[in-house]
Ligand binder design. Sequence first.
Ligand code: NAD
Length: 281
Amino acid sequence: MLLDGKAFSEKVKSQLKNKVDKLRKNGIVPALAVIIVGDDPASKIYVKNKKKACEEIGIYSAEYAFKSDITQEELLEFISDLNGNKEIHGILTQLPLPKHIDPLIVAESISPAKDVDCFNEINIGKISSGRAKIFPCTPAGIIELLKENNIKIEGKACTIVGRSNIVGKPLSLMLLNENATITVCHSKTENLKAFCKQADILISAVGRPGLITEDMVKEDSIVVDVGINRLSSGKLCGDVDFDKIIGKAKFITPVPGGVGPMTIAMLMKNLVILAEEFTKR
Ligand code: NAD
């Protein structure tokens, strides 16, 4: 069966719209600042989709586009101004950034109270201590999608392929908080197949088409494909051999239409939470 992230993300967004309406009635217009540096075509599409989701639910979004030769200092100064702007509740910088700008330094420069992507070390640390109010969007989207489909996480063997700071690592912590047993694989893992094959829930977040083949998947398992790859034909696909695995797995996410829309819905959720928290200050 398909884990339909597109349909569920629409449901999440309509629930969020009610919250946004309530905030607006109380004089708060939830607002997101989106910073884009350079002219990477994929980044432009991601930014466009995020702004569209904002519009759908009544969040104000402001886009700040900079040429790729902006210095790190100039960018940090701009973010510092946004940190102090009371009309803005969330700030994100679209990745990737040009090579001369360190994404970790940029993430640290965004105030934890406006860190809508949840990349700041303080917010990541709160996940570890169980005190988090917001979560990184892709891992949060995966967990909500599993729960919506009544997929039990507690006690299950979860294998995550990929250990990036934005997907694999935070997801491992969040699934651990859900009482799953976690294995994290990466580019140096020996015998990837054995770790994948033991998984009740297998999540691939690598960015390599065809990495996860049918023989690596346990019968009746849950397969979540985070990868987004564009083939030379122009077609989008994930990391998983979808056509073969759909007959073997109990549930599988499609690409597109699985994790991607959930990621954007969770971004909106984080923004609403940050705006609500702002009203309490
Ligand atoms: P990344 O490049 O930062 O990390 C990739 C990870 O894969 C690394 O940890 C690396 O060790 C691991 N890896 C590389 N080759 C491997 C191999 N042969 N076997 C096992 N592990 C291997 O990537 P990222 O930012 O985490 O993104 C991963 C993929 O997910 C990309 O395709 C990206 O476009 C996609 N993505 C999708 C969403 C979404 O919303 N659907 C969100 C974020 C990322």
